[in-house]
Design a protein around this ligand. Sequence first.
Ligand code: ATP
Ligand code: MG
Ligand code: MG
Ligand code: MG
Length: 471
Amino acid sequence: KKRTSAEIRQLFLDFFAEKGHAIEPSASLIPVNDPSLLWINSGVAALKKYFDGSEVPDSKRIVNAQKSLRTNDVENVGVTARHQTFFEMLGNFSIGDYFRTEAVTWGWEFLTSPDWIGFDKDKLYVTVYPSDLDTYTLWRDVIGLDESQIVPCEDNFWEVGEGPCGPCTEIFYDRGEAYNFDTPIEELNPAGENERYLEVYNIVFSQYNAQAGLSRDEYQELPTKNIDTGMGLERMVSIIQDGATNYDTDLFLPIIAAIEKQSGKKYLSDAETDKSMKIIADHIRTVTFAIADGALPSNDGRGYVIRRLIRRAVRFARKLGLQKAFLYELSPVVAEIMDAYYPYITENMEFIQKVIRAEEEKFLETLHEGEELLKELLADNVTVLSGEDAFKLYDTYGFPIELTVEYAEEYNIEVDLTAFESAMEAQRERARTARGEQDSMHVQSEVLRNFKVPSEFLGYQSTRSRAKVIF
Ligand code: ATP
Ligand code: MG
Ligand code: MG
Ligand code: MG
């Protein structure tokens, strides 16, 4: 019998608890005291207070299963096998305690020991930073990997501005030829689309101090070194349950079954239908958790992400022929799947459903009119949709700009995002003036916090050929 996702999550926690790690509960998706980040997007993001020394943890060894949200992956959802906007990252951490040898040895033991996950060693490949010979030697001489299984990779270095940084090593699972999107192993690229070799685990060796003006090989060693790791739960589950994608697992299939029932369409009968179902299944998980964690739909910052995801899900639902509010009916399915580790979702269900339903219904009221207008505008033989029209769709019909761009792309039309942005800025300015001086400071800091600082958040840029959205 194949292991369930709940069992796999627990197995990771148990393994590292046996290695002396304290189990830290999954923190809220909303960062605490961290204006630099819109959402918790990794296990380490929730533990930053320990890594930057602002708080001293009870244990120097920590393990967690952390809810994570990545808006930068929104366009991958339903397209790649391995991405969601909401996922769980399993992580083991050393805060100035163990380092390279233990991190690599334990990660390997967890993945390959028959007492734990028991992956076939021949199916695993690792990437290393080319000049990180310590890690290379460890894999080859201590773990006993064949040199053909160790792939140097320039991207394997974690560095954000000044401060702690270091090389990383990533573990990939070879899903076999059936999964091939025929990239050779030499091109196994963590940033790429290769899904035959699926990245499951990343170990970061935080050992240097990045300083401006110095090159990487001149950085000083840190007096205390840290380990930060991340293993994607859904990817592990897809391999263990032999699902073709993260969505073909017990974490998503019940949601997809509910969508099949609502729409009368069959999963795995048509690629476009599958994509829509995966997008809806992903977005409802994200929205359910984000609302349970205290975010609400609105027009900026986190609230805008929720609004945008709900509206995007509604848009794909229309492709399945769903015309009325339906999304809120999926939240209880999410709650049931996640109940073993996140019982608070069930406890807050009434509120979550109320928020989602109200947002859906509000959007549906204007959606039809907006779509008609948009189709008219796009059919009008134009090559560029004007910023004013895009703004009208946003302001009057509630079309997030990214949605307008996605529609436009279907017609091969560009959106004038610069003019749209000016119209938005003018509206913000009007709002600021209307609210008065004191409040405007607040608005400004809100805008700064939500739009400027986070590196992965919603910006958009226009390329000459077509509009590209960075969600
Ligand atoms: P990829 O290259 O596949 O996008 P990544 O290198 O961006 O992954 P990391 O930042 O190293 O991912 O995160 C650690 C682990 O978390 C990954 O190895 C993967 O298992 C998982 N992970 C990352 N992003 C996602 C996502 N969007 N959906 C599901 N799992 C993810
Ligand atoms: Mg990667
Ligand atoms: Mg990524
Ligand atoms: Mg990675």
